[in-house]
Design a binder for this molecule. Structure first.
Ligand code: GDP
Length: 443
């Protein structure tokens, strides 16, 4: 995969105008020459040099620090320079312009991380974790991204790949010795191996799904009839954050949407007026939209005012549902959180705040924020794990159907290839542009 990278890139690595410190990063073969031009002598590796940065006319652009990380012991694996100056937009732009004159070109978004990946400093899942860390919407998401960056996710993928390789070898041997009766190579034994592998893959998939929810944030839809107390609940959850006023509550039969993000959890409020009267075409349209919202959610919270029962029209087997019984200050019920018939029920009062902590706890749990050792993951990874599981299932079916060894061998090869897409070892060349384009410039 070693591409030809003879050019040097430069970019502002801190948001210009943010004040404070401004950082420009340079990577490529020209970096040592650029350092020498600024310092008037060769830079010492990993040493903070005080530097006066001058433009070609000798005019001082700024003073600051210059650090040189020689290849290959750098983030990108190339010669890297870091220039620390004042976080002033004109200073940073003048410096960048001067760097271009010295032979560096402007880096594309994510190009530093891409080079780190291409030079084998990080695998693809780790590189993606950098973007996820920068974009993390909560402490839990940041911790999860940090774990993926440290290679927790990649190591689990590698462990599964090793099992696949072992199984592939057994199948290949079974093909070679198919005429002989060797018990350890009987289809039944190999199918045991596949079953064990499937369990590991399922566990990894569950972890990746949690990781994706943490990375993307949990999408929660709060449904309920007008006046059930949805807006009050959202306001109470948001506490110090932006307050939301739903002016038309109960006055329209269409869906109202309000969205707020609290600690990485995105809450969308949907009014489900007139759910029960399904003969009215407008209300039927309302039900259809509410169902659509619910179907795309990770979690549906049905808010009921005391006495109302859950709305069966809205339960969807695919989405987890949580039922909030609001207004316990009126009924005198205690605040509780319990599971009845597999559905979680929380009794609380949006007005008094009693029981809100139980709901917060539950939301955190659904968001995966409290899962030990959680790592960040992306839809791309979840998709690859699902495809790997399908190929593994097909390998098993081939063996079950009476030892179709060659088919099983090919399916296992596919499992390995698909898992390799996660860490970037296989067939991702055409994906790289898209993956790194979503990074920030300078990363
Ligand atoms: P929405 O239409 O579902 O968004 O409901 P609102 O949040 O607008 O609340 C409807 C009415 O119920 C308002 O008058 C609220 O003040 C009241 N309400 C909401 N939550 C509670 C609660 O926990 N206890 C009491 N007593 N009233 C509440």
């Amino acid at each position: 995969m070693a591409a030809h990278r003879t050019d040097t890139i430069a970019a502002i690595a801190t948001p210009p105008g943010a004040g404070g410190i401004g950082v420009i990063r340079v990577s490529g073969p020209r970096a040592p020459d650029i350092a020498r031009a600024f310092l008037g002598r060769a830079p010492r590796p990993r040493h903070a040099h005080y530097a006066v940065f001058r433009d070609p006319d000798g005019e001082v652009i700024d003073t600051g620090l210059l650090l040189h990380f020689p290849a290959p012991a750098s983030f990108t694996g190339e010669h890297v320079l870091e220039l620390q100056v004042h976080g002033s937009r004109p200073v940073l732009h003048a410096l960048l312009q001067h760097l271009r004159a010295m032979g560096a070109r402007a880096a594309r978004p994510g190009e530093f991380s891409e080079r780190a990946f291409l030079n084998g400093k990080l695998d693809l899942a780790q590189a993606e974790a950098i973007a996820d860390l920068i974009g993390a919407g909560s402490q839990a998401a940041a911790r999860a991204a940090q774990r993926s960056l440290q290679g927790v996710f990649s190591r689990q993928v590698h462990a599964v790949v090793e099992d696949v390789v072992a199984l592939r070898m057994q199948v290949e041997v079974a093909i070679d010795f198919s005429d002989e009766d060797i018990p350890s190579l009987a289809p039944a034994r190999l199918r045991d191996g596949i079953a064990a592998l499937m369990q590991r893959l399922d566990a990894l998939l569950a972890g990746a799904r949690r990781g994706q929810r943490l990375t993307d944030g949990l999408h929660v839809v709060i449904l309920g009839r007008p006046n059930a107390g949805k807006s009050s609940l959202l306001n109470a959850l948001a506490a110090d954050e932006r307050a939301i006023v739903t002016e038309q509550a109960g006055t329209t039969r269409d869906l109202l949407r309000e969205t707020i993000v609290i600690d990485g959890v995105e809450l969308t409020l949907v009014d489900t007026a007139g759910l029960r009267d399904s003969t009215d075409p407008i209300e039927r349209e309302g039900i259809r939209r509410a169902r659509n919202e619910a179907a795309s959610a990770d979690l549906v919270v049905q808010v009921l005012a005391d006495g109302d029962g859950p709305d069966p029209a809205l339960s969807s087997p695919a989405t987890s549902t949580l039922v909030v019984h609001n207004k316990i200050d009126l009924t005198g019920q205690p605040a509780t959180r319990r599971i009845i018939d597999g559905i979680e029920h929380v009794h609380l009062s949006a007005r008094s705040g009693e029981g809100l902590d139980l709901l917060r706890e539950s939301l955190r749990h659904h968001a995966g924020a409290d899962s030990e050792g959680a790592f960040s993951a992306r839809a791309r990874h979840v998709d690859a794990l699902r495809r790997a599981a399908r190929h593994l299932g097909d390998a098993d079916a081939a063996l079950a159907a009476g030892g179709a060894w060659e088919i099983a061998a090919e399916e296992l090869r596919q499992v390995q290839a698909v898992l390799g897409e996660i860490t970037g070892e296989f067939g991702v060349e055409d994906l790289l542009g898209r993956i790194f384009a979503n990074f920030c410039i300078g990363k």
